[in-house]
Design a protein around this ligand. Structure first.
Ligand code: THU
Length: 160
């Protein structure tokens, strides 16, 4: 038996340390969170993605009285991006959670397992890593690829 370890590298930056383009993407995600349709959870998630042609798209979570019919913010914007810009890779994705006053919350936003799976598909589809920014009130965690958040993922390559 051989015990193996996975090391995940990520950065934690204060808002002052962020690159201007990343800060702008987070600001767009905060705006998106305000328009989340969340009558059931009151949990506002906003996501902004930057494509490799510079286009920025926003999305937010959309809930439904039939709960499983709703969709997370990450998948709302990724499916929109893939549907409308099928030739453009997703370069960076900023995720925030806000309270109902539009203030970013204390915990860093983290994509759920299903959203990680969809981000992984996007990386494989465009053969390009997606940078993921998880914002909180005090800092931003930056991951260079979904591989760091979803190791051993099941993807097109798994299908052979
Ligand atoms: N949600 C997201 O939008 N993204 C995630 O990664 C986790 C959860 C949404 C789904 C639901 O509208 C609310 O947050 C509470 O789970």
């Amino acid at each position: 038996m051989e015990e193996k370890k996975i090391i995940i590298k990520y950065q934690e930056l204060s808002y002052d340390e962020l690159e201007k383009s990343d800060k702008e993407l987070i600001e767009k995600a905060i705006k998106a969170a305000k328009d989340a349709y969340v009558p059931y959870s009151d949990f506002h998630v906003g996501v902004a993605v930057k494509l490799n042609n510079g286009t920025i798209l926003k999305g937010n979570n959309q809930e439904n009285a039939a709960y499983p019919s709703g969709l997370c913010a990450e998948r709302v914007v990724l499916f929109y991006a893939n549907a409308n810009y099928p030739d453009n890779a997703v370069d960076t994705m900023a995720i925030v959670t806000t309270d109902n006053k539009g203030e970013i919350i204390g915990k860093n936003a983290s994509p759920c397992g299903a959203c990680r799976q969809v981000i992984a598909e996007t990386e494989v589809r465009y053969k390009t890593p997606v940078r993921i920014l998880m914002a909180s009130k005090k800092s931003v965690l930056i991951f260079n690829s979904i591989a760091d958040l979803l190791p051993f993922s099941f993807n097109q390559e798994s299908l052979g």
